[in-house]
Ligand binder design. Structure first.
Ligand SMILES: Cc1cc2nc3c(=O)[nH]c(=O)nc-3n(C[C@H](O)[C@H](O)[C@H](O)COP(=O)(O)O)c2cc1C
Length: 486
């Protein structure tokens, strides 16, 4: 089945009665680390950034310390997408990472184009978190190619984030495009935080020449696609430029997008990925109040300081894990205010392709019920009182542990407004933004000693009705946060 627009795709992959995958084939489980046989490898041993207050990092207020050598870039990459914890048993091992990932399938990959950085020859590299190492895909200064294809200024450091569809589709079937985008959003935010900790303001491009970028990165376009490009200040224009001698052969590059023997093609995903390539610059964001039929007056959260004892960056991201052992103990008003303050976007003027609702359960001074959360203004408005947490947990495929979380953050969008402002690319933008907020909430909750867990599995229409979203409103992602055991 092929799709020409995101609304049709989204409807077709709804839970519980939408398109399903073929079921899990454990004998052909996708490989979670991308490999390039024969590539020149650069081991990464880097200094992690000095401990920094998390609020300064998230607000983009850190002093500039651009990378001066390979070790600095290594530090950026290891905070963004490093391995953090190993679990193993007879015949298996699994590594967790700084980012959360639906089903721990890690479909998102990170590439970097660098030049003029002592210790690293100019080139286009792929990050292998397992090394950790950089694999050189192409030599020479490729930043101009990346910048041109993404409409960004040349120079500095260039990054690209891609998604390998089969990694997630193996478990989630055609619905996996949604998970891949959310996962890529987590990685995008993690990279943004890691750059911000060096005082570097990440410039993100979601509207780019897809074919040019997929080609530059050597992706197999039937399996993997570029989803975001990021530029950060760094070493200026380099002497060397152009190309060629150290490039890996095209067939080696493309073959690396394969992750299992039987890995597609996923026509549903490839078609919606193509349909959502083109977009435009939005003039306005999704208005939170438009997503709720009625709400009380807005009440500002104020600027809550980070409490003493909060974890710094990067400790918070290195210790981030999904927690489901919520206790339902009351969340103190100060910690609630600090948590919600940390969710505020660094640039409140940037139009957001989604809006947030909060189902609360013994959360500070907020009445138990459903609230709108204006992320940019840092304000809430009561929509309805009642026990929404238990009902939302039921709508999330009966994941009962959610009902004990103090907060369920529901990230939703409005399809007609999204299409009008962003065009078809709005679908990617909204999911990426939801993933970004998700990673932010995880890191903020960890810093404050709270638990957090993302939830991508929900019955789409029952959840929409429960939240009172208008007919074009759609829930994209839910996150639970609150007090946990221990
Ligand atoms: C997009 C997304 C959706 C997720 N959905 C669920 C979910 O429905 N239920 C759940 O228990 N965990 C969910 N998770 C959490 C993952 O299972 C978890 O991130 C993964 O196992 C890696 O573990 P870690 O977060 O502790 O590193 C989700 C995570 C992401 C990023």
């Amino acid at each position: 089945m092929r799709f020409r627009d995101f609304a049709a795709y989204h409807e077709a992959v709804r839970h519980p009665d939408g398109l399903r995958g073929p079921g899990l084939d454990w004998s052909d489980r996708p490989e979670v680390f991308k490999r390039y046989p024969g590539a020149f490898g650069v081991p990464l041993a880097g200094a992690l950034p000095q401990p920094l207050p998390l609020d300064a990092v998230l607000a983009g207020r850190c002093a500039a310390a651009p990378p001066a050598a390979l070790g600095d870039l290594a530090g950026i990459l290891l905070c963004a997408h490093g391995l953090t914890r190993r679990e193993s048993g007879p015949g298996w091992e699994h590594w967790y990472r700084t980012v959360a990932s639906a089903g721990a399938l890690y479909p998102a990959e990170l590439y970097v184009a660098a030049a003029g950085l002592p210790g690293l020859a100019a080139g286009l590299y792929h990050l292998d978190p397992a090394g950790p190492a950089l694999a050189r895909l192409r030599s020479g200064d490729r930043r101009p190619d990346l910048a041109r294809a993404a409409g960004l200024a040349p120079g500095g450091l260039g990054f690209a984030i891609t998604g390998i569809f089969h990694r997630s589709a193996w478990k989630y079937g055609p619905r996996a495009f949604r998970y891949v985008l959310l996962d890529a959003g987590h990685l995008l935010e993690s990279l943004g935080q890691s750059l911000a900790a060096r005082g570097l303001a990440p410039r993100v491009s979601l509207r780019f020449d897809q074919a040019a970028l997929d080609g530059l990165l050597g992706l197999d376009p039937g399996r993997e696609a570029c989803l975001a490009v990021v530029r950060a200040d760094g070493p200026g224009p380099a002497g060397e430029s152009g190309a060629g001698e150290g490039d890996l052969p095209e067939d080696v590059l493309r073959q690396a997008s394969r992750t299992a023997r039987n890995d597609g093609p996923w026509e549903e995903i490839l078609s919606v990925c193509r349909a959502t390539e083109a977009g435009r610059a939005p003039q306005a964001g999704i208005v939170p109040a438009d997503l709720a039929a009625a709400s009380g007056p807005w009440s500002g959260l104020g600027d809550a300081p980070l409490p003493a004892g909060a974890l710094d960056y990067p400790a918070a991201v290195l210790r981030r894990r999904s927690r489901r052992d919520f206790t339902a103990a009351p969340l103190e008003p100060e910690r609630l205010a600090a948590l919600l303050s940390l969710l505020r976007p660094a640039d409140p003027a940037e139009p957001l392709p989604l809006a947030a609702l909060l189902a609360t359960h013994r959360a500070g001074n907020l009445a138990d019920g459903l609230h709108l959360l204006d992320l940019a203004q840092g304000a809430t408005a009561l929509v309805r009182t009642g026990d929404f947490s238990a009902a939302l947990a039921r709508a999330c495929l009966g994941q009962g542990w959610m009902a004990r979380a103090n907060l369920l953050l529901a990230l939703a969008t409005d399809f007609p407004a999204l299409e009008r402002e962003w065009g078809q690319a709005g679908y990617r933008a909204a999911h990426l933004a939801a993933g970004r907020l998700g990673q932010r909430l995880y890191v903020a909750a960890t810093a404050l000693g709270l638990g957090c867990c993302g939830i991508g599995a929900f019955f789409d229409h029952p959840a929409r009705e429960l939240l009172g979203l208008p007919s074009g409103g759609r829930l994209l992602y839910v996150l639970a946060a609150g007090r946990v055991k221990g």
